[in-house]
Design a protein around this ligand. Structure first.
Ligand code: IMP
Length: 174
C-alpha cells in the first residue's frame, strides 16, 4: 500500500469549509450551537470548519471505535469517550470526517437523539458515493468522492497520515 495522488487539495477543502461554515452561521444565528466532533478523524475538520463559523459555538467530542479491519467498517460501534456535557434542549451539530457505510452516524443519531437535544444535524466533509447505506440526512455536505479508501486531513491508515493537509487516495486497497 502506498499513498497515491492527491484527490482534494488543501485549498479546495478550505473553500468548501468556508461555504459550509457560512451556511451553518446563517442557519444557527441566534441559537446556542454545540459542535460535536467524532474522534479521532474529525478533529481536523472540526478545527477548520469552526473557524469559518461566525457564532460563539461550543465544542465537545466523542470517541468511537468501530470494529473491523483497517479499511472496512463492520458497523459495530463502541463509545470510548462520551460527551462531557448534557445535550438536552441544545442545538447539536455532529461533525464527521467521512461517511462510508453510514453506520457510525446512524448509531450516533440514535444514541444522541434519546438525550432530547433541541435539534440534531449532521455535517460531513466527505461522502463516499456508490455505497449502500441507511438513509441519512446530511445537512452540510462537503465533497462526494468515489468509494475508494482515502487518507489525510484527519483520515488515517493504521493511525498514520492524519496530518496530510490534503486528501489522497491509497493505492493497493480495494
Ligand atoms: P462508516 O460508519 O462506514 O460511515 O465509517 C465512518 C468512519 O470510518 C469514519 O469516521 C472513518 O473513521 C472511517 N473511514 C471510512 N472510510 C474511510 C477512508 O476512506 N479512510 C479513512 N477512514 C475511513
Amino acid at each position: 500500500m502506498k499513498i497515491g495522488k492527491e484527490m482534494i487539495s488543501a485549498q479546495e477543502i478550505d473553500d468548501k469549509l468556508a461555504e459550509m461554515g457560512a451556511a451553518i452561521t446563517a442557519d444557527y444565528r441566534g441559537k446556542d450551537l454545540l459542535l460535536v466532533g467524532i474522534l479521532k478523524g474529525a478533529f481536523v475538520v472540526m478545527a477548520d470548519l469552526a473557524r469559518h463559523i461566525d457564532l460563539p459555538v461550543e465544542f465537545d467530542f466523542m470517541a468511537i471505535s468501530s470494529y473491523g479491519s483497517a479499511t472496512k467498517s463492520s458497523g459495530v460501534v463502541r463509545i470510548l469517550k462520551d460527551l462531557d456535557q448534557e445535550i438536552a434542549d441544545r442545538h447539536v451539530l455532529i461533525v464527521e470526517d467521512i461517511v462510508d457505510t453510514g453506520l457510525t452516524l446512524q448509531y450516533l443519531l440514535k444514541n444522541l437523539s434519546v438525550r432530547k437535544p433541541a435539534s440534531l444535524s449532521l455535517a460531513a466533509l466527505l461522502i463516499k458515493d456508490g455505497v449502500e447505506r441507511p438513509p441519512l440526512d446530511i445537512a452540510y455536505e462537503g465533497f462526494h468522492i468515489p468509494p475508494k479508501f482515502v487518507v489525510g486531513y484527519g483520515l488515517d491508515l493504521d493511525g498514520k497520515y492524519r496530518n496530510l493537509p490534503y486528501v489522497a487516495e491509497v493505492e493497493g486497497v480495494d
